[in-house]
Design a protein around this ligand. Sequence first.
Ligand code: GDG
Length: 467
Amino acid sequence: MSRLVVFSNRVPLGDKPSGGLVVALNDTMISQGGLWVGTETLESAPTENGAQLKPHPGATFERLTMGLTRDEHAQYYLGYSNSVLWPLFHGRADLLDVSTGQFSTYKAVNRRLAELSAPHLRPSDTIWIQDYHLIPLAMELRALGVSNPIGFFLHIPFPVASNIRALSDNAELLDWFSAYDLVGLQTQRDVANFIGAFRSLGHGELLPDGRIRYNNRFVRVASFPIGIDAEAFRAAAEQSPEMPEITTTAQKVMVGVDRLDYSKGLPHRLKGFQAFLREHGAVSDRITFLQIAPPTREDVQAYKDIRRELEQLSGEVNGEFGDIGYMPVQYIHRSIQRERLAGLFRRADIALVTPLNDGMNLVAKEYVAAQDPEDPGVLILSRFAGAAEQLAEGAILINPYDAASISEAIATAVAMPLEARQARHAAMWDQLTRYDNDWWTGTFLRTLGKAALSRRTSESFFIAAGE
Ligand code: GDG
């Protein structure tokens, strides 16, 4: 059997991995073994900076990391990855923070990672590269003669062509993607955007078999919505300890859990809750809205701004509607343990998930998985989350830009009878178990195997034909 080699910016080094990508792949690596390669930021610059990969023994699979200096972390990770690609791919060209050195460091880090990892690769390996930090990696590996099947999965949305034009070096982006055998995206909408970008920016040609031909390279693109291990998450929620601390004077608990990121629509969520309290507060059950928002990328200005805005808004809502013994908004700016998160989801009557743009949104799926099917809570979900393509039948879909839409959805959720909640939950549970984590990895890797085979055939055909 072919060995799986995964590349991602971060490699799980602790006992309890967290974060969607890492959790999803960790299970696969534990069950089938392989090699996981990534980066690690060094506290002080070593004399021979990142001259070789560092092994991390102690797992059932092999782990290697490449050390990044503080400067590389600033330019490659905080800079090009998170101040250029992240906002751009989330449709926020207004938040681009471009500065000299980011682009060249991003490319240099990818090149060094290719150079240092190539000697560790075997001819029969299947290579799976993850996310926007490492888009150029396949091109760099190909330049070193690596001809293995190489797949890529983008965890965030793929932007429309007009947004890509905001990147000065957008032609390189298409070159990078075309070095892959298979590009996996979260949704059908992303696939349409990907094809649109190749057609309008690069004169790519969509072939009848669904592949894109671009500069005589062939790349297959398809959607593989990332899943979770729903059964395991349900079991964790069942076993999670009681939470007396969230039994408040409120009759209902509504929850939100998101990294404090501007793509998650947190201010919009609070404005929606505020509209609900104004419209329906007097006649509704009292609701406590518990928002867990762990810090993330705090050195990037846009993240400092969103934090300030959120703190101000929670204060405003609490000032307007709080009472002795009742604070409508509980805002917690730190991370909580995964087991407690599962229990919190199960306890909550409603989840409010309002991203303005999101690749998938695993929180929505985890909330559904954690519910007691006999007495499930209600998911309110933005139509701009990738998860909305799968969960439309069971969730209440909202437009996060419209506070009235959120307010109405909360009122509907509060009043929803048991039977309706059960039926909606059953429809979503069906999706979660059908398209779970094993489905995601299995389907992607099978498709990659086929794509690599047909690419070899086509490219040798064009070489033979002298094109
Ligand atoms: C990216 C894409 C895509 C959150 N707070 C805590 C905590 N979490 C966990 C959640 C969930 C994960 O982190 C977040 O995943 P999301 O999917 O919601 O969002 P991103 O971090 O933006 O992930 C996204 C995903 O990649 C996977 O492809 O779905 O669209 O943006 O698992 O539970 N976990 C713990 N404490 C917290 O406070 N333990």
